[in-house]
Design a protein around this ligand. Sequence first.
Ligand code: B12
Ligand code: SF4
Ligand code: SF4
Length: 304
Amino acid sequence: MMQAARQAVEYAAHALGFSALGIAPAQIDQGPGLQNWLAEGQHADMEWMVRHLPARMNPELVLPGVRSVIMLTYDYPRADSRCAPGKVARYAQGEDYHKLLAGKLADLDETLSFYGGQQRCFTDSGPVSERFFAARAGLGWIGRNGLLVRPRGGSYCFLASILTTLELPYDSPMPNRCGTCRRCEQACPTAALHDRTCDARRCLSYWTIEAKQEMPPDIRAAQGEHLYGCDACQEVCPWNRPRPDDKPVDPHLLMPAPFAALSPQVLAELSPTEFESLFAGTPIRRIGLPHLQANAAGITNKPG
Ligand code: B12
Ligand code: SF4
Ligand code: SF4
């Protein structure tokens, strides 16, 4: 019966465009990594991470009776589609993935309910250690850039999680294949990577997206062309090189042509109406116009 539930959810996930699925037991020691990271203040001002800690450490608090965590990957583009200066992280080039994946996860929830399961589904939105469970579910390993890296497909993917009360057949973790490579650590413009995670206080992704305060001068000096997010620690990863068997990605995640061509100078001068019409329904809208303008100004105001 539980093998049948696994087959059904795998089949449905594949049909919905997920690139892989793995399953881990829910009650499993996650180690001290997250607590230590928080205790050192590496979360900067993301205080919600502290509030989530008990639930992150104990999935039972998120879904009573939870037995399994189903982890899924959904691929986003490997190519940087901007033709104007100013880099936008690949994950944020198209539509908002939270909305795109929510409907698909609701379909998988329905499939599992048919087998008697109760579920809670998340993608980057809930108190679940998504990278930890993805690695434990055998989808890849945690690279020195802190991300889940897959032997086929590298790290350019979203993770989504389904907590379920069903006890499903589990997968085994795979060995770490970073070897002696340290390209990601060397490529990080702000030296934010240590011990297979990044220190948000130094990470350009944090400063260009999440931060509620002004970028400090040393980070501003290292901002380079980064307009929204940062892929520097992924661009250099050998596992992200294009492969002949790469499948086309969901067209909803591709960058619309008008945005691809807008220079940081033009973005810094956008009106609220123009901002809405360009970015409604995209991850970029979340940061709001003033933050995008500050990021754009940080690129254009650099001494030549
Ligand atoms: C907070 C957060 C951020 C913060 C903090 C970054 C960080 N260091 O985690 C900021 C805003 C900086 C950020 C940036 C980015 N993020 Co982010 N982020 C998150 C979020 C919400 C929580 C991550 C977290 O808890 N971090 C704290 C660390 C300590 O916890 P952890 O990474 O889960 O670490 C656990 C494991 O790694 C494990 N562990 C550590 N070492 C080892 C070793 C072994 C052997 C094992 C088994 C386990 C293990 O222990 C830890 C505790 O459980 C997750 C979604 C989620 N709910 O998980 C997305 C998430 C990690 N982010 C994601 C992405 C795409 C990014 C960016 C690439 C976006 C961009 N292009 O700008 C960058 C990459 C930065 C980087 N190199 O990490 C994806 C990653 C996809 C992938 N392939 O891994 C996620 C999963 C969102 C999603 N659902 O798709 N992010
Ligand atoms: S996202 Fe950029 S700043 Fe953050 S750890 Fe990776 S390379 Fe460094
Ligand atoms: S760049 Fe090298 S060290 Fe970093 S994640 Fe990729 S393989 Fe691992």
